[in-house]
Design a protein around this ligand. Structure first.
Ligand SMILES: [Zn+2]
Length: 261
């Protein structure tokens, strides 16, 4: 039985028997106005709880625990087994959230192990709750990752393309086509044909930084180099470009590591 001393501190009307009776398993006492008789409850979250009615004589509790020892041991064993199973099923390497700083959005990812005919996995977007639900054979970590990556690419397509369009109109710097990529060392690029490609990992960066990258690529539609003229054009739309450009060198550190593996 794990020590639950620290957890029980937050409970009102609770006590721990650790000092008074080391032979019994650790437990907390919860006084419930609705309880009509003494009840034992065992859970991963709360450990062993003794729920007693108001005005119950707490001195009787150790004896009850003693009598119920077999029940406690049996159920504790079941609980441990179930917990071990969940731990082995849990996709440890997978993220449980995505912090898309550029959009000011934080998405939670929920994994549901379900039986499917061909071991397929699906991803469902719940925009209202900012939640992604991945269900199917979630023990297939690679497939789960691929699905999340796909979702990120699609989100980048929607969000970054419209962002680029808006900036293009504002700056009066037209481009031809756009593409989303996932390069390791490139945030964006612009070809001599004025085709701009953007890295979906930009979603994880601050909005101001993303805005700068988009402006940077739009300015390449005029100057295909990093000449003084190019930087002069950039500064017209982002006077603080030097500081932001420097910050891009460290920006890779906030990209989730699992995406690069
Ligand atoms: Zn450049």
């Amino acid at each position: 039985m794990p020590s639950i001393a620290s957890r029980s501190q937050s409970l009102t009307n609770s006590q721990i028997n650790l000092e008074s009776n080391p032979d019994l398993p650790a437990y907390t006492v919860r006084v419930s106005d609705r309880a009509k008789c003494v009840r034992l409850a065992l859970s991963v979250e709360n450990g062993l709880e003794v729920v007693v009615p108001a005005n119950y004589d707490h001195l009787k509790i150790p004896e009850i625990i003693h009598q119920k020892r077999n029940w406690i041991n049996r159920n504790q064993h079941k609980l441990n087994e179930r917990e071990a199973f969940f731990q082995s099923q849990a996709p440890h390497e997978l993220p449980d959230q995505l912090k898309l700083r550029s959009l000011g959005e934080e998405w939670q990812i929920v994994y549901q192990q379900t039986v499917t005919r061909f071991g397929s996995i699906t991803i469902k977007e719940n925009r209202d709750q900012r939640q992604l639900v991945i269900s199917g054979d979630i023990t297939n970590v690679a497939s789960c990752k691929a699905l999340i990556k796909q979702w990120l690419m699609k989100t980048a397509e929607k969000q970054l393309f419209s962002w680029l369009r808006r900036l293009s109109l504002q700056t009066n710097l037209p481009y031809r086509t756009t593409a989303i990529r996932g390069q390791k060392t490139l945030w964006g690029s612009c070809s001599s044909d004025r085709n701009i490609s953007l890295n979906y990992k930009l979603l994880f960066l601050e909005a101001q930084v993303v805005e700068y990258v988009l402006i940077h690529e739009l300015c390449h539609t005029v100057h295909m180099n990093h000449s003084a003229k190019f930087w002069k054009l950039v500064s017209k739309f982002e006077p603080n470009y030097k500081t932001i450009d420097k910050s891009l060198n460290q920006a890779w550190q906030i990209i989730p590591a699992w995406l690069s593996l």
